[in-house]
Design a protein around this ligand. Sequence first.
Ligand code: ADP
Ligand code: MG
Length: 323
Amino acid sequence: MTANGMDSAPANAVDTVNLCKTYAGNGKQQPRTALRDITLSLPRGSFFGLLGPNGAGKSTLINILAGLVVRSSGEARVWGHDIDREMRAARRAIGVVPQELTFDPFFTPRESLELQAGLYGVPKARRRTDEILAAVGLTDMAEAYSRSLSGGMRRRLLVAKALVHSPPVLILDEPTAGVDVDLRRQLWSYIRRLNGEGTTVMLTTHYLQEAEELCDWIAIINHGRLIACDSTDALLARLDAKEMIVTVDRDIEAVPDALKRFNAENKGGRRLVIHYPPSRVHSGEVLAAVQEAGLTIVDLATKEVELEDIFLRLTSQADEETK
Ligand code: ADP
Ligand code: MG
């Protein structure tokens, strides 16, 4: 038995094979292809980021896994269960926080959670209503009318509802949109804890920095195609780019000869920005070249490549290719 009470633990929490989705058109609308041959695996226990620009197909993928959208072709398994042939088991293994903000106007947060637990057949003795309410910061609002909840509170209630049956796979579609910074931190610290205890987490987010901090695996999709899927470290290493920002003791007219073998930019005044591939050039070599140019360094900073850089490069490459 795992921490989540599931009897068998597969190597991958989710697998999709050549998953495709085309939304049928109607009189006015053309059919729209949202997913093209998506084959990906979420390693069990991972904190997995699914990134992509608006309209890339992220919600479609998540909704197929949740059983809310019917795929056109391909296969998907959740916790080893085929989403068609073993639909009930697949659905029990997953908790989904949808992107759309829905709420139950007639129930308090506590009632919503109890109702949801009932739907999943969680016995009263095994319910964690208070723990979950506290984790999402809704203890004080537990008995409040749902209509008095703010947007951020409603979103946190959706997160809470996805957790009542202790699913081994938790999927969050833009869960922090509209949630303020403090609560976002609180929410992530709880979700990190769940991940630490074994829950596989998949999330989409617009905040690339959030994804970079949280996720150990990242997939990027664009126009319905998977364009990258790798560990976060491997993905960041792929760009092989670093920047050194040097401030020197006097104004510089042009990039000195000694620095011409790097890609250096004169930022005007006393600042130079030097770009280099860290796999082939050590920062020591860059520093030596600055000194060789007869410049005295008064300040120095380096900038690592960020997920945002990778994201922009990969998605714009893919845009070029689909033109
Ligand atoms: P994302 O979540 O990455 O923003 P979506 O999965 O919501 O992307 O959408 C992918 C594409 O599918 C978009 O072009 C969108 O307009 C289209 N789409 C999404 N849902 C529907 C739907 N119910 N009917 C028709 N087209 C849809
Ligand atoms: Mg979406």
